[in-house]
Design a protein around this ligand. Structure first.
Ligand code: SDX
Length: 428
């Protein structure tokens, strides 16, 4: 493979550097193209455009491969805890026992949320969408920790801001859930591990700690690991874009939460369950709904299906599907929508429309069924996605800042009106 690509424009030829990654991904570096040729490139939705070089996560969409810092998602989901994967993504290596204990201890010292934040909680209508609350509350942390606004903090200060966000996010998420039920909040129990503490704050009562089922803890760890990072997806690109202006971590992550909310992205896990229930209530005719998904005149899409990068099975969907049966049977739950999901998948995967477009189930197709079995309401599913994605967003923001990447500012091709003289309103 040559180390340059030649681009012929009119009479001139431009040599552009070729970049090859450690997993053989290939790119043409166009960073000097406009200076040399006056041309920019156009790529709506950045389907063919790399925004950065990164050492954090690798995806192979054709082979259905996902690795965090070189470790396969299958091994991490099976053998690691979410807090270990959090450490791995942010600091680059799996922690030693001593490093993990210190990391968990540091987090345990910052799990409380400033009591004045309750005024924000109280201001939200009780049925307001949890993602809107989460986005606002995470951004408001910058008001309570003004030291986080320093655009050039010391390594220690930046790490403290990271630790505080990791520590307070589960508390905020559990408080949002409690508010939706009209129940009193449950304070953190720092003797518990990260996931058990979150589950206790979410499902516990103020008067007593609940007996947390190890099946639920294991399932939660696995789901959070599977959502922890996914290279330059919509919400992570948003976090990087906002952070590239030297904006503080809390506001950058809040922007990522907003991007994740959309039903084409993280909001899909809520949309999948709503779709499956609609199909069940409509009599369970999966063929009818597959036909609607294929009909260009029908806005209905098969939520939880398709992916910008995976043109094969999303490895996370495969792991979650396998866990579905296991977790539901261990919890003694029979969820009718699981059968509908399996029927939909079977019909879709044998239909030419989906085969030609390489549309497979993605991470969101089965995850909601497990969240529901664990006791979460549907409108909390995307908040759980955000809780899982938090370490990935932080790792990507940190890498972008450490690499001193420039402020993001894409170009455009203007196609509007050209010179028009102003006309006084009396003459329009
Ligand atoms: C996530 O990027 C990431 O890494 C994201 C994520 C992460 O971990 O961060 O993996 C998480 O966001 C997963 C995706 C969750 N979204 C959904 O499940 C919503 C349903 N899926 C789609 O809307 C769609 O598949 C996207 C948004 C996921 C991908 O869209 P693309 O890459 O822009 O592809 P497209 O919309 O151009 O679709 C290509 C073709 C079109 O048909 P034609 O115009 O070629 O005839 O496939 C069709 C689409 O109409 N198509 C679907 C479909 N998805 C694509 N048709 C029916 N149902 C679908 N779900």
């Amino acid at each position: 493979m040559s180390d340059t690509a030649s681009l012929k424009l009119g009479e001139k030829t431009y040599d552009l550097p070729v970049v090859i990654g450690t997993e053989e991904e290939k790119a043409i570096d166009i960073s000097k193209l406009r200076d040399q040729s006056g041309f920019v490139t156009l790529d709506s939705g950045y389907k063919n455009t790399g925004a950065t070089k990164s050492k954090i996560t690798f995806l192979d969409g054709e082979k259905g491969v996902l690795k965090y810092r070189g470790y396969s998602i299958e091994e991490l989901a099976e053998k690691a805890s979410f807090i270990e994967v959090t450490y791995l993504l942010i600091y680059g290596n799996l922690p030693t026992r001593e490093q993990l204990d210190d990391f968990q201890f540091q987090i345990s010292r910052h799990t409380l949320v400033h009591e004045d934040m309750k005024k924000f909680f109280d201001g939200f209508p009780s049925k307001s969408h949890p993602m809107g609350q989460l986005c606002s509350l995470v951004c408001s942390l910058s008001a309570f920790y003004p030291e986080s606004l320093d655009p050039h903090p010391s390594k220690e200060d930046q790490n403290l801001t990271i630790i505080k966000l990791l520590a307070k996010m589960p508390t905020i998420v559990s408080w949002i859930h409690k508010k939706s039920l009209g129940h009193p909040i449950v304070y953190p129990q720092n003797k518990l591990d990260y996931v058990s503490n979150f589950l206790n704050m979410t499902f516990g009562q103020r008067t007593e700690d609940i007996e947390i089922d190890s099946v639920v803890v294991d399932a939660m760890n696995k789901l959070l690991i599977l959502h922890a990072d996914h290279e330059q997806n919509c919400s992570t690109s948003t976090v990087r874009m906002v952070g590239s202006s030297e904006c503080n971590l809390y506001a950058s992550i809040s922007a990522g939460i907003s991007a994740l909310w959309g039903p084409l992205h993280g909001g899909a896990n809520q949309a999948v369950i709503e779709m499956l229930e609609k199909i069940r209530n409509d009599g369970g005719d999966t063929q009818k709904w597959i036909a609607k998904a294929k009909d260009k005149n029908d806005p209905f899409r098969l939520m939880g299906f398709g992916h910008r990068v995976y043109k094969n099975f999303d490895p996370r969907a495969s792991i979650i599907k396998k866990s579905c049966d296991d977790i539901l049977s261990k919890l003694g739950i029979n969820d009718p929508v699981l059968e509908i999901a399996k029927q939909l998948e079977e019909v879709a995967l044998s239909d030419p429309y989906f085969i030609e477009r390489k549309l497979y189930p993605n991470v969101d197709f089965y995850s909601g069924i497990i969240y529901r079995a664990l006791g979460f309401p549907t409108d909390m599913f995307t908040v759980l996605f955000a809780l899982g994605r938090l370490p990935g967003w932080i790792a990507q923001w940190k890498e972008m800042r450490e690499n001193k990447e420039p402020i993001g500012r894409p170009r455009q091709i203007y196609t509007g009106e050209t010179n028009r003289p102003f006309v006084a309103i009396a003459n329009r």
